[in-house]
Design a protein around this ligand. Sequence first.
Ligand SMILES: *[C@@H]1O[C@H](CO)[C@@H](O)[C@H](O)[C@H]1NC(C)=O
Ligand SMILES: *[C@@H]1O[C@H](CO)[C@@H](O)[C@H](O)[C@H]1NC(C)=O
Length: 484
Amino acid sequence: MTMVGRGILGCFILFLSLASVSSIKGTLSSIKDLKGIEFGNTSPRHGLMLLHWLANNIYNDNNGNMRLNFNPARRDYGFHFYRNADNPRPLPILPHQRGSYYSLGNLVQGNNNNDALALPDYVTQRFHNSRGPESNRDRVILRVREEGSNQFIVDEVYVTQHYPQNGNTRTGYDPDNTYLVSFSLLTQIQRLATIGRNDIPRIYNVEINHNSLQELENIWGHTPGLALLLAIVVSFTFRAQSYHATPQSTLKHEDNALIKLEVKTTDRGKARIIWSGIPKRLLDQGVMVVLHSNNNPDSKSELDRSSVGVKASGSYNTSVPLNPGLQVRLHKEVKTWWNYLGFGSTIGEEIWRGSEFHNANREIPVDIIGYDASLQLFVKDGKACARLYVKKSFTDWKKTFNNSWVGFYSSEGTLDHNTWQWAVKFSEESHSDWADIPGYDVYVYESSMTMSPGVQVRFILEKSGCKARSTLSMISSWKMSVTR
Ligand SMILES: *[C@@H]1O[C@H](CO)[C@@H](O)[C@H](O)[C@H]1NC(C)=O
Ligand SMILES: *[C@@H]1O[C@H](CO)[C@@H](O)[C@H](O)[C@H]1NC(C)=O
């Protein structure tokens, strides 16, 4: 190439990189600023729930740094490394070695590695109860720096959204709907949990409709501060038509949002359906709870069902082995002459969906203090299993954990393990979803112990000598309460 040619190419490259510099739309520094933007503002979008969740899982340390209660690099809560390589590029280019972006909020993920299921119900409820891509567009992005073992400092927080799917060929995040979120806004959202509704006009300089707030409180009241956030930000109420998944559906009433459908475990490792809050209107019509598996690639995902009868709350023990991805759905019950011949009722229209089973307390992995490793209890086919996350930089972990073992216990109080395995004898996770967490190796052990409420897994660190109970360095607790 000639000098001239190189010069032109150089100019061209310079032009390209200038053109790809991000231009976010602006900064959101108060709750009021959330009012005018698209993010989270129409149902069934989940952005405000994501932001509320983040505000309550981020904290200010004593040195003025914002830190996290979780590890985004380990994919906790479904966080994903975000390359910021969309065109146009939504976020500023990070200087080399100055942290990484992680994105939160994609609820449609791989079958096995869906830690977004660890997010609380209030974040995922709308997603489960509306069809179509709108409910999965919002994202929260963190710019973090890792400092020390599993410690993250948050430099910036952004909210953004995917382009709409209808008639749009772009697939990345939309810079025109990308905003920097100030830490002061996060603090304001946090404080909503402790502020009285009458103080809102004075503190935030906005009026709220008290009737709407009451309706929002009925639905989201168990999540402190969320109803207030929605009442301040969203100009219309979230009731009635906003819950219609499909406009023609007449069954999606606002009080459906009070319905709670959960999967728990029996003491035999089977899925236990627990329901509550079923309105009388539905009980009078006749409804049934149906257990589905969303991890089954084949279309027939129904596994078991039971009539709800006249009980607004109750439970039903299925004979289905407990697995991640199980979901309870409420359906209309259609009674025909078959029932009088002793056959079961037919399933009618779907009314509501609970969230998918992840692990009972939605626990993310627990750090093994002092080491770049963490442990997580999970369940597969009704058996207690453990997953060990080891940071790739912890290269001599097999030497360090040479005599360490993982014990499975029937409850928190018990000292005797039911079964155990050496940490170094765990097998490397080969499923692509798990093998693909940058920076971590994942190892699993599937025990023979039947899952039941209260099961716990503990990591016992032994420097040398035989397996013994005396040196207990870390406990990962996973209690599954039978009732809430
Ligand atoms: C269902 O399972 C729970 C938890 O194991 C148990 O306490 C309850 O007695 C079971 N109910 C029935 C009807 O078997
Ligand atoms: C720990 O190391 C010793 C010595 O190298 C070896 O004999 C033993 O099998 C190792 N333990 C495990 C559980 O692999």
